[in-house]
Design a protein around this ligand. Structure first.
Ligand code: ADP
Length: 323
């Protein structure tokens, strides 16, 4: 393989830049050249490419986001769109592609791989909802940002003896909320994987007060059935009956924009480096992730077919530690 391309797709994650850098420098070490594709699959369809040398990826390891840009591209979900993308790759004599992205992006790389093009994915999403990697790029940084915010809220909550609710990202996956909840010492955690009504949340907060706590913190995943806006409305409408109110903070995209933590820079360097090396050595149709602390590959067919489950023991532990 003489020439490979790299793109970042879907939601941006801190560590994507470090992964691009690792792809480029690892490919160069194997005597292959690299082109960057701007704006994910949209750039592949449009032929929006830029050559990437070792110096082009200097000074980016410490930055969040992605120097190549990312995009959502519905056209790539059609066969016609993917044929246009393949045309770009063939026109520029590109022998293989590294796709840095999450669930949707890897469904895209699997679709391209099914059309007999060599693709290797890099597990990257702050949601940590990707099968084939126990941890994905951006998760550690997103957890740390959410934790800083919850720690600050706890200071205010303690001073005013109030209940606070914070909503974190994670789409349909409760991983971020569960782990922020444990690390922040939350009294209650609401995630999509576990059914929980507003009355359940109210009961948990009330019980925390009865156990002698002077304030309470509730962490909610954005994908939970009763998310922050719905819980806020419930608590507001039932304030008199419950005897307390909940102050709501929605963290949103603030969680994504941080400088990558050391853990994310190292993970991105390992996964990006391995993806380029393995693609050039002939591997194809796999996701490069981390399993058991080591770099590991999983067939993309398996990645798109399976969902990552939360560890039920960790959920139970969160309940015990909230006492
Ligand atoms: P993420 O990778 O963060 O999960 P998205 O779900 O938005 O992001 O997906 C990013 C892009 O991947 C989509 O805009 C689309 O171009 C491509 N994609 C998603 N699902 C598929 C699919 N089933 N087939 C082909 N391409 C897909």
């Amino acid at each position: 393989m003489h020439k490979i391309a790299v793109l970042t797709s879907g939601g941006d994650a801190p560590g994507m830049n470090a992964a691009i850098r690792a792809v480029v420098r690892s490919a160069l070490a194997k005597k292959a050249s690299v082109v960057g594709v701007r704006n994910g699959y949209a750039g592949l369809i449009a032929g929006n490419l830029t050559p990437l040398g070792a110096r082009d990826v200097g000074g980016i390891i410490q930055h969040g986001g992605t120097m190549l840009g990312s995009a959502r591209c519905p056209e790539f979900e059609t066969e016609d769109g993917r044929l246009k993308a393949l045309r770009t790759l063939h026109q520029h004599d590109i022998d293989g592609l590294v796709v840095i992205g999450g669930n949707g992006s890897q469904a895209g790389s699997h679709a391209l791989s099914e059309m007999d093009y060599p693709v290797v994915g890099v597990a990257s999403t702050i949601d940590n909802d990707l099968y084939g990697s126990e941890i994905t790029l951006g998760v550690d940084t997103a957890l740390n940002i959410a934790l800083e915010a919850t720690d600050r809220l706890k200071v205010t909550a303690a001073s005013h003896q109030r209940a606070f609710l914070i909503q974190v990202m994670g789409r349909n996956c409760g991983y971020l909320a569960l782990n922020v909840g444990i690390a922040a010492g939350a009294e209650a955690i609401v995630i999509p994987e576990v059914e929980s009504s507003p009355e359940d949340v109210a009961r948990e907060v009330r019980q925390a007060y009865r156990r002698g706590k002077t304030h309470a913190l509730v962490v909610v995943a954005e994908g939970a059935e009763y998310n922050a806006p719905r819980l806020e409305q419930f608590f507001h409408e039932n304030r008199k009956r419950l005897g307390f109110d909940l102050r709501v903070t929605i963290l949103g995209h603030v969680q994504r924009g941080g400088a990558p933590s050391s853990a994310d820079r190292l993970l991105a360097s390992r996964l990006g480096g391995a993806a380029a090396q393995q693609l050039i050595d002939g591997e194809r149709g796999v996701l490069v992730g981390q399993i058991g602390g080591k770099v590991a590959t999983t067939p993309l067919a398996e990645v798109v077919a399976k969902t990552k489950e939360l560890d039920p023991w960790v959920w139970e532990l969160a309940q015990v530690l909230a006492r």
